[in-house]
Every structure is written in structure tokens, then in C-alpha cells.
Design a protein around this ligand. Sequence first.
Ligand code: SF4
Ligand code: MG
Length: 384
Amino acid sequence: AEKILKIRDLSTSFFTEDGKVNAVDSVSFDVEDGEIFGIVGESGSGKSVTALSVIDLIDSPGRITGGEIWYRNPDLADEFRDSKPDAVDGEFVDIRRLPEGVRRSLRGPSFSMIFQDPMSSFNPSITVGEQIAEAVEAQQRARSNPRSTRSRTQGYGLGSYIVDTLVPSQDYVSEESMDRAVELLEQVGIPDPEDRAHEYPHQFSGGMLQRAMIAQALAGEPDILIADEPTTALDVTIQAQILNLLRDLQEEEDMSILMITHNLGVIARMCDRVGVMYAGEIVERGTLEDIFENSVHPYTEGLLGSIPDLDAPSARLEPISGNVPSLLESEMPNACFFADRCPKAMNDCLTRIPEYDVDDRHSVRCVLAEREFDPTDAVEAPEV
Ligand code: SF4
Ligand code: MG
């Protein structure tokens, strides 16, 4: 399949009182047309920050500090080929090098995002249907005339990044947009969508509101849907329904999904390929088979070993013993970040940050990709 997204050496840091925190450190991965690419990791591993960086939603004190986000879009490539040659490579544009207004106009028609908590994505005082209709109109305006204005859903999750292209004086939505909203509600499996469209967010159950948020995210017919822990807040039966819905929509709409989760069961069930994140780095990346059956990195192995039954919907990551390193730049070791917790740490691992590929498809950041574990060279893991 062709690639739709090529992330190269993406780094995002937060500039805090204590110093520079490297939340995402030189992360690279591709997303292909029509695939579900998963990023899995413990909380604090940098997976959400990676997602927010891709969609350009990192706020102060955070900032993307390096790397490239190549997005395949022949129209944009043609538009900027002469004026910004650095930003164009064939049919791809490096989003980071595009003007801000253009970057913003990509949110919705190119990239869309759903979050863990649908309640925070809706304005409680506007009907669900109207809010989805606003997203529909915002997309239409974004396509024809990208510009920054505010809407009534400004500040509410999706609204805070998608619907900021609405004309401010507008406090109603057209009948056509409302019809489209009803269609979208129907597409995500909401019963009686004509009636439900006129209800307020608090009248929806958690699962139904999650569906409505997905409908809102689909309003712009995105190429890439970023789903950040989309089912974490839901009970098990509803989780399964939402995951099935996302997979169906991915096929119907022929979009790609970037799935962020701490749940390896979700990865096993949904994804084509996966990147395992640890301490801001992707430590291993490959197909499901590479990761679940031929993993090399001891962190990946630890994660897999900590899960009794992959089919169990609550296959969550159990912490592996030992400490996650500080991500403060001043405290980060020039060594493998996993060395403190790694049962196979060797002296080699303490002198540099490893970066080795098994092959293009299966990439591993570990010296074990290059040499076998040698017990005589092992370092004693420090007591925790
Ligand atoms: Fe363990 Fe060394 Fe691999 Fe790091 S590089 S994960 S310490 S074996
Ligand atoms: Mg998160």
C-alpha cells in the first residue's frame, strides 16, 4: 500500500521550570493507506504527545523541536512546489513547513481526532446534532477559505481544533448541514438519529456520546483518524462495539487510523502494524507478527509477558519492575533508556543510545538486534 504519512525523527519537548522534558524523542514511523497503525505504551511514554504533535496541537510550554511530518497530498504539493520547495517531496508535503493557516485547515479534512472522554468534546448547551452540523460547515469553510475565527464549540475538545474556522456571528446551522449530521449519526450506529440529533450531550450514554464524537470527527471525511485511547473510559461490551465500529468505518471510508492505546488487546484486535513506545522513543516497530511473535526488544517482551490473555478486553500493560527514566534532558543518560529495568542489559547498553534495524519492516532500538545476549557481559540491574 502507498504511504499517507511519513513521520521522521519527530521530537517534542516541554519547557518546564525544572528544565527541558523530552516527551517525544526522534520518533519515526509510516502510516499506509487504509491501515490501522497502533502506538502502544504505558502512560507517560509519549504516545499521546506523539499524536498531538502529528495533528499540530502541542501547546505551550510544549513545542515540536525537530523532525518532519510528511503527508501525501498532491494538491498541496503542487501548490507549494515552487514557493516552498523544502516543504515538498513528490506528492508529499512536510506539514511543519507549511504556513499556519494551511496547517490549521488540515484539521478535519485531512486529520481528525477522537479522545477518551467524549463529554469534554461537546458543548453541553448545544444539541449534539447542531455541533456535528457545525463541524460539517467548518469543514466546508476550511476547504474553501481557511481562516481563523471562533465558534460556539471553541474550547470543547474537537471544537477547540476543528471548528475554529467557523464564522463567529453564525449561531445557527443550515438544514443541509443538519441533514448531513443526521446521516453521520446514523452511520455511527445511533438509533433514531433524527430524534437524537436534537438532544443534548447529557442525554446520551457514554457509548452513544463516543459514537457521536466519532461522527463529528468524520464530518470532514479525514484521510487519517487519530484515536487516542478511544475506548478506555467505556465498559467492556461497549468497548468492543466501538472498536468494531471504528474498523467498519475505516473500511467504508477508506481512511487510515492512528490508534493510541495502552491496551495490547486493542492492538491485537485492531492494528496492522504497531510501534511500542517507551520513555519517548519507539523502541520496536513492526507488523503484529513481528511484535507478538518475533519481538526482540526486552521491553516488548516484558509487556507481552505481563499479559495473561491477549483476548481479554482488559489486556492492560502491567508495569514492569524498575523505574522509568526521568525525561528531563539534563538527567537523561547516554545509554539505553530501558537499561535500569532490562534483564538483558550488557555493558554495551550503558555507553550509548542504541539504534538498530532488523530490516525496514521490523525496527528495534536495542543492541540485541545486533548481538546475542552474553551473560558474561551482563550488568547487574541496580536495586530499585
Ligand atoms: Fe536491554 Fe540493552 Fe536492549 Fe536496552 S539495549 S533494551 S538495556 S538489551
Ligand atoms: Mg495519553
